[in-house]
Design a protein around this ligand. Structure first.
Ligand SMILES: *Cc1c(COP(=O)(O)O)cnc(C)c1O
Length: 380
């Protein structure tokens, strides 16, 4: 089965009890058992729920054959479960351009418990190698990164991690399995904030882990039930509903984002435009090799004039909402320096290239000409 067929059908055959074509929202917290130890796979909603199970199966099928999935209450709840395999003294090597909440979880929750973290330039596989210690158990990366859209070479870093006996986990939120399948490139597991493109409509928070490694799956399945950060049935249903149109939506996001990036590249007020699909992107070749020939819906650019110029630009936008988050059908503009990345110390933001004039666009699936017209009038 091909991607868009799986997204609509895997885990979602007609309901055996009623024939309902669409998977029901199973709200029941408990499941009647026929006798001691005799049931149909479900006992109590935290341990397992048919709506959530359908999402877990469907999402896993999109990442790789033979993969299994687990769905959580948020992307960070999934991250917390991913890290549950660590013990005091363990070491993690991570790409330095991390989602702020991931960084906060590493530094404020796990470091005090005795786990150490090293951050390296994700663009350079040898930097991961150099940072390994005998206690490194996990290698963690995002690609493309937020907001600078830098790429990490998953295959090269996967080899380095495997040779060191460490697991490589890739946060695939920005690319989605439609554009990039890390498990097929050598990653051991994939993490998603399904809040973004997978849900796709900015109306449901969730997260997921997907892996083919039985050791990881078993440990995470245990933790999902033991710690309890599960996705609720209504959220699972909304996420499944979003997933059905992921392929169509991603085509629209990618088409519009390329259009917007090309438009901005020719605009005098955009001093720098970052999009992996532009041949001017320093890692365009890696993007072509590692992604599916399309490059996602995120475009970042730098405006001359710093914060004042950005402020008047975002106030003039009509179609783009000035808001955090990404991946929904509607277009958003965000100011990383004060919004998504405001909790990183200023000197560190500047060192990483998050400048005062940086604007991040989550390009939606409205008409592309309308989006460019909105940018045009707002840039003035
Ligand atoms: C949003 C996001 C997360 C966290 O997900 P939540 O659903 O907000 O908890 C993790 N990684 C990336 C790349 C994200 O964009």
């Amino acid at each position: 089965m091909k991607f868009s067929t799986k997204a609509i059908h895997v885990g979602q055959s007609a309901d055996p009890a009623t024939g309902a074509t669409v998977i029901p929202i199973h709200l029941s917290t408990t499941f009647t058992q026929e006798g001691i130890g005799v049931h149909r796979g479900f006992e109590y909603q935290r341990s397992g729920n048919p709506t959530r199970a359908a999402l877990e199966e469907c999402l896993a099928s999109l990442e790789a054959d033979g993969a299994r999935g687990l769905a959580f209450a948020s992307g960070l709840a999934a991250t917390a479960t991913a890290l549950s395999i660590l013990k005091p003294g363990d070491h993690v090597v991570a790409g330095e351009d991390l989602y702020g909440g991931t960084y906060r979880l590493f530094e404020k929750v796990w470091r005090p418990l005795g786990v150490s973290f090293a951050y390296v330039d994700g663009r350079d596989p040898s930097a991961f190698h150099a940072a390994l210690t005998s206690r490194t158990r996990l290698v963690w990366l995002e690609t493309p990164t937020n907001p600078l859209l830098r790429l990490a070479d998953i295959a090269a870093i996967g080899e380095i991690a495997a040779a060191a006996g460490a697991w490589l986990i890739v946060d695939n939120t920005f690319a989605t399995p439609y554009l990039q399948r890390p498990l097929e490139l050598g990653a051991h597991a994939v993490l998603h904030s399904t809040t973004k493109y997978i849900g796709g409509h900015s109306d449901v928070v969730g997260g997921a882990l997907v892996t083919r490694e039985a050791d990881l799956y078993d440990a995470w399945k245990f933790h999902q039930n033991a710690a309890g950060g599960v996705l609720g049935p209504f959220e699972a249903w909304l996420t499944l509903r979003g997933l059905k149109t992921l392929a169509l939506r991603m085509e629209g996001h990618c088409r519009n984002a390329l259009h917007v990036a090309e438009y901005l590249q020719g605009h005098a007020r955009a001093s720098k435009v970052i999009y992996p699909g532009l041949s001017s992107h320093p890692q365009h070749e890696l993007a072509r090799r590692q992604m599916s020939g399309r490059f996602g819906g995120m475009v970042t650019f730098e405006m001359e004039g710093g914060i004042a110029a950005v402020n008047s630009f975002v106030k003039r936008l009509n179609l783009f909402s000035f808001a955090e988050s990404l991946g929904g059908v509607e277009s958003l503009a965000c100011y990383p320096d004060a919004m998504t990345h405001g909790s990183i110390p200023e000197a560190e933001r500047r060192r990483r290239g998050i400048s005062e004039g940086l604007v991040r666009l989550s390009v939606g699936i409205e008409n592309g000409e309308d989006l460019v017209a909105d940018l045009e009038q707002a840039l003035g």
